[in-house]
Structures are given as C-alpha cells and as structure tokens.
Design a protein around this ligand. Structure first.
Ligand SMILES: NC(=O)c1ccc[n+]([C@@H]2O[C@H](COP(=O)([O-])OP(=O)(O)OC[C@H]3O[C@@H](n4cnc5c(N)ncnc54)[C@H](OP(=O)(O)O)[C@@H]3O)[C@@H](O)[C@H]2O)c1
Length: 338
C-alpha cells in the first residue's frame, strides 16, 4: 500500500487525513446508476493509494451506501482498513418512495441513528459523526451534546457539522470540540468565503469540501446533451437545467483552455483550486470509478501559481454560475444560506 499522499489535519482538535477524501454518495444511485463492484473497487483503490477519509450518510439510498462502504472495508486488506476514517452524516428522514421529508437531530435520534450506522458499516466506532442539516426544532447544543456523549462512550471519535452558518458553528463549538464543517465549496459555489470560512478559521475548525466538481458539472466530462434519470439529483438541480446548464458549461469551456495550456484536465484544475484555498480544507472527491479516482488524485500534482489563479478567476469569476446549488425546497434547509 502506498502512503505517499500528502496529509492535512482537520481543525485543531480533529484527525489527520490524506489531503483528498473520497465521497461515496454517488456509489448509491444519487447520480444515476452506479456499478457496485466498480464502486467497491474504487474504495479499495483509494485506500491503496493512501486516501483515508471516506464520507457517507445513513440516508444515502436508505442505508445502501453505508452497507456498500461496510463491504468495501470488510474486503479491504487489513492495513488499508486500519488507515480508513469514516465520516458519517445522519438526520435526514426519507420515505419508502425516496422522498426527502425532514430532519431529526434530537439526542435520542442521534443515538438511534448511530447504533444503526455502526451495524451497517461493521465498525466499532465512527471517526467523524455529523448532522447533515440543522434540525430547526432542536438547539444545536442538544445535538452536539448527544454526539459528545457518544465520543465519551467511544462510539465516535470526532464531531463534525454540515451546511450550517456562522452562528450555529459558534454555538456548536461552544458546546464541544468540532473537527470540521462539511460544506459545498467549488469554483462556482463560493458562498462560504464571506462569513463561514473566516468563522471556522477563527475557531480552528477544518473544512471537508464537497461538490468540488459541482456534482460533475465542472468536471469537464459533463456533456450538454446528457440524459439524467429520474432518481438523479441533477435532474432537479437548478444548475443543470436548460439555459443555466448551457451557461455553466460555457464556463467549463473557459476553464478547459487553461487546463489544456497546463497539460492537465478540467477536473484536476477544479480540485487543485479548492485544495489550494488553504491547508485547512480537505476536498471530498465524488469518484465512483477507478479512472475518475486516478484523475482526481492527479490533481495533487497540479500547482496553480498566481498567473494561473488570475486566469481562473477571469474565466470563472465568483458568482459566475447560473442557478442555485439546490432546488428551492432543499435550499430552505440550508442554515448556511441564511
Ligand atoms: N454534506 C452535504 O450536504 C453533502 C452533500 C453532497 C455530497 N456530500 C458528500 O461529498 C461527496 C462529494 O460530493 P459530490 O459527489 O457531489 O462531488 P463532486 O466530486 O463534485 O461530483 C462527483 C461527480 O463528478 C463526476 N466526475 C467527473 N470526473 C470526476 C473525477 N475525476 N473525480 C470525481 N468525480 C468526477 C462524477 O460523475 P461520473 O461518475 O458520472 O463521472 C460524479 O458523479 C459525496 O460523495 C458525499 O459523500 C455531502
């Protein structure tokens, strides 16, 4: 096994991890059909390459993603498994038809969700445990307090947050040590730069950035005529609709010129840009195939100098994207957007 990847520490109290983490969500159908055997092979290849942080959520296809990750961990070589760090989100309440209903982060729900996640993953502890969204009915202190109890009991190692704003981050951090905030951050999703990023930096909290490729939109592989199945999140995402999609893919073509000049891929530029925003940021890569993983890991060899960064900024200025990053109903659940 290679351990040659560079590493970063998540916050002042968090864990050390390879600079890139693997997000497993797309391996459970949220981006259309996924190949189970290839997904597991991708997790194994990531671990073999030195990736350590593996991100999932108990609600990703209603436990499917955790069971898939559990199988991948069980069948990985022991040394790789020992280095693996699980990052698990909980709280989203689903329906049998796949509906996204609401969130539940009451203390008793936190413990119930954790009990099921430990079983599905087949592990005796979760490395980072976090509510996927703020439950508006439950003070964040109560949710974080419940996770802190799980830390004391050894079931969880670190407490994380997801998609919450500066006030909630402060309240959470006043309750217990927080390792990292998981939040969307990419060339075309830069909302965290105003108040959220300065707040986590002040408090010594790291960032695990997701949507670094804007769910494939700015990967350089997304084609204008791609058909999206009904179960694909992107079929409903404003950024993937009609004129918005055409506008956003025009931005990608600007990026492609810069990538070609540097002899790298568009995805590598997009990932390197996020990784370059600070040592406290760990991009989560949503690769579900080994070829995509290899491409993503190649971004670690891409250095963006001041000239590159200026060209990128000109090609894709902040706020250049057309369309919100979530449909309106889901935007309403984002404490980070208030
Ligand atoms: N906290 C939250 O609210 C939240 C929300 C969403 C996601 N997440 C987590 O963050 C992770 C990453 O998010 P994401 O999956 O949306 O991220 P992403 O990396 O922006 O998008 C992944 C998509 O990009 C495409 N892609 C093309 N080239 C790629 C390459 N070289 N490497 C990786 N992907 C490539 C893949 O499509 P093809 O397979 O079709 O090529 C894949 O569907 C998720 O897996 C999940 O664990 C968290």
């Amino acid at each position: 096994m290679s351990t040659a990847l560079p590493t970063r520490t998540l916050g002042t109290t968090g864990t050390r991890t390879a600079t890139l983490g693997l997000g497993c969500m797309g391996m459970s159908a949220l981006y259309g059909e996924a190949d189970r055997a290839e997904s597991i092979a991708t997790v194994h290849a990531a671990l073999d390459a030195g990736v350590t942080l593996l991100d999932t959520g108990d609600f990703y296809a209603m436990g499917h993603n955790e069971m898939l990750l559990g199988e991948a961990l069980r069948t990985a070589p022991a040394a790789a498994r020992e280095n693996a760090l699980t990052s698990v989100k909980f709280g989203a309440l689903r329906g049998p038809d796949g509906a996204w209903n609401s969130y539940d982060a009451r203390p008793e729900a936190v413990k119930n969700f954790a009990a099921y996640s430990l079983q599905r993953l087949g592990v005796d502890h979760i490395d980072i445990y976090r509510p996927a969204r703020l439950d508006p009915e439950v003070p964040i202190e109560e949710t974080v307090g419940a996770i802190a109890e799980l830390v004391e009991q050894g079931y969880v190692r670190h407490i994380g947050l997801s998609e919450v704003g500066a006030d909630t981050i402060r309240r959470a951090a006043a309750t217990a040590p927080i390792s990292d905030l998981q939040i969307e951050y990419s060339l075309i999703s830069r909302g965290i730069e105003d108040s959220i990023l300065p707040t986590v930096r002040e408090l010594g909290i790291g960032v695990t950035a997701y949507g670094v490729l804007s769910r494939g939109l700015i990967s350089g592989h997304f084609t204008r005529d791609r058909e999206l199945g009904a179960g694909d999140f992107r079929a409903f995402s404003p950024r993937f609709q009609g004129e918005n999609l055409q506008h956003n893919l025009d931005l990608v073509e600007q990026l492609r010129k810069i990538a070609e000049q540097k002899g790298v891929s568009v995805a590598q530029i997009a990932i390197a840009w996020v990784a370059g925003r600070g040592e406290d940021i760990v991009p989560l890569i949503g690769a579900r195939r080994r070829d995509r993983l290899t491409e993503a890991l190649g971004s670690l060899n891409v250095t963006l100098d001041a000239t590159d960064l200026a060209a990128i900024e000109e090609a894709v200025p902040a706020d250049a994207a057309a369309g919100d990053r979530y449909p309106a109903a889901q935007m309403a659940h984002l404490d980070s957007e208030r």
